[in-house]
Each structure stands twice: as C-alpha cells, then as structure tokens.
Design a protein around this ligand. Structure first.
Ligand code: SAH
Length: 252
C-alpha cells in the first residue's frame, strides 16, 4: 500500500464515492505518473487516506479507507509566533513530524505581517509535505491571528497545552509529556497544543495570559534555540514520547 502514489483532493471534488479529478490532477495521474484506467492510488481527503481507483481520465472512485498508520496517536496543534524568516521550512518540517494543525500567531514581538496569500502558500507546502511523508491526514494552516484570539480557541478546556519559555526554571517538555496519560491507550486521540515564540520571545504579559488559560510553561533544554528550531524540537519530543518511548502505564 505504501508504494501507491498519494494525491490530495478537496471535499468539493467528492460526490458519494466518486472523485471528479481537476485538470491538474488528471495531468498528474495520467501523464506524469502514467496511471491507467483501473490503476490504484491513495486519495487524501484531508482527514484520512482512501484506496482509490482511476475509472477514466477524469474520474476516480474511492474503494476503502486506508488504516491510519502514519498518524500520531495524539492530535498536535502548533501555535507559532511568526518568525521573521524560515516559516516555509517550519511548516514543511512540522508536517513531517506529525503536526495536525498550525496556527500562525501575531504576537507583540512579531515583525512579519503576512498577507493572506502567505497562508495559502503554507497550506500548499503542508499538502506536499504530507503527501511526501505518506501521511493520511493533511494538517491545516489557520489564518494568522492574535495571541488573545488563539488562546480563546486553544486552551486547557480542550487540550493539554504547553508554552515553550526559554527563561526561568521550568520543567522540561519531555518530563511534562511523560506525565500525560498514555495516548496509545485512549479511546479518542488526545490533543496536545504547543506554543513557541518568535525571535524576540514572548512578553511577560503573553506568558501570563497563556498560564491563565491553563498552559504549562516548559523548557526545551539549557540552550536558547532559534524561533525556527524550537517548534521542531518540541514536536520531535511529542512524536518520540508517543511513538518510541516505553510508557510506564504500558504492560510489557
Ligand atoms: N530572543 C529571545 C529568545 C527567543 S527564542 C531571548 O533571548 O530571550 C524563540 C522562542 O523559542 C522562545 O520564545 C521559546 O518559545 C522558544 N525557545 C527557545 N529556546 C528555548 C528553550 N531552551 N526552552 C524553551 N523554549 C525555548
């Protein structure tokens, strides 16, 4: 199954099990990948992967759901105060590491004021990265928003939330994650939210605001990481704890 090519499709292309392929997708499947009628591929509808079969040059049919084997057992949201440079790489690499949702935040010290086209560009990068990483889910990039607005939507009411704080004596994110209930044993994928600052860091007010809605301030180690490095370190830790590390509550 993993050798099959992946193609992202929009919900508007679907009617029942039928996929109406766009001219670009037709070109890609038939001319670039040289698929023929009856050949199979994986269609990604944003939430999950489907085994699909090419019916003719312009339509395909979804056959069955592909079990989500490339997704993390937690749903991870990254709240990232926009760095001045390097956001393209962050969204690509965050997707490789299994992020579920990326929320660009305009914090007090954010310099960049991105246009709406930027968000669309990041969404395209995420889509390509999800296909390349053979993920079933395509992470969503939200419209850039203020810190206050972001905290209203992503807080401890619906997620376990951490804010990466480079100063102060904080618990390491790794230790904080190891105290979470084992996501592999939960009925529903639990949700984790990670917030990282821009080059200038968070203001004291922003940090307090986050703590006020239930964020736990955490450290990523003794060195100050760049604004583009910190989110990747944090996401690597989440993925490692969920996927690779023995968890105390698991029976051996
Ligand atoms: N210029 C700031 C540093 C900003 S680092 C200063 O000197 O204080 C950018 C962001 O990366 C921070 O806001 C924080 O969210 C994250 N970060 C960097 N290093 C970190 C560390 N060691 N622990 C936790 N978060 C860190």
């Amino acid at each position: 199954m993993t050798q099959l090519q992946r193609l992202a499709i929009a919900p508007t292309q679907l009617s029942a099990q039928r996929i109406a392929l766009t001219p670009e997708q037709q070109h890609y499947l038939v001319r670039v990948l040289r698929l023929r009628v009856g050949d199979r591929f994986i269609a990604l509808d944003g939430q999950q992967g489907w085994l699909a079969v090419l019916r003719d040059g312009s339509t395909a049919e979804m056959l069955e759901r592909v079990e989500a084997e490339a997704e993390l057992p937690v749903s991870v949201t990254l709240l990232i105060a926009l760095p001045k440079n390097g956001m393209d790489d962050v969204v690509r690499q965050a997707t490789e590491l299994g992020v579920g949702c990326i929320v660009p935040v305009l914090s007090d010290r954010t310099v960049l004021k991105p246009s709406l086209q930027k968000r669309d560009r990041w969404q395209r990068i995420v889509q390509e990265a999800a296909e390349q990483s053979e993920r079933q889910r395509i992470p969503e990039v939200k419209v850039p928003q203020s810190w206050t607005a972001a905290l209203q939507l992503w807080n401890s009411q619906n997620s376990t939330c951490y804010i990466c704080a480079e100063r102060g004596d904080r618990l390491h994110l790794l230790q904080a994650l190891q105290r979470m209930p084992d996501p592999n044993l939960a009925d529903m994928p639990p949700s984790v939210t990670i917030a990282t600052g821009c080059e200038g860091g968070w203001t004291a007010d922003e940090l307090e605001q986050a703590i006020g809605v239930g964020y736990q301030p955490v450290s990523l180690g003794s060195r100050i990481l760049r604004a583009v490095t910190a989110p990747l370190v944090a996401l690597s830790l989440v993925a490692s704890v969920c996927e690779a590390m023995p968890h105390p509550s698991k029976t051996i």
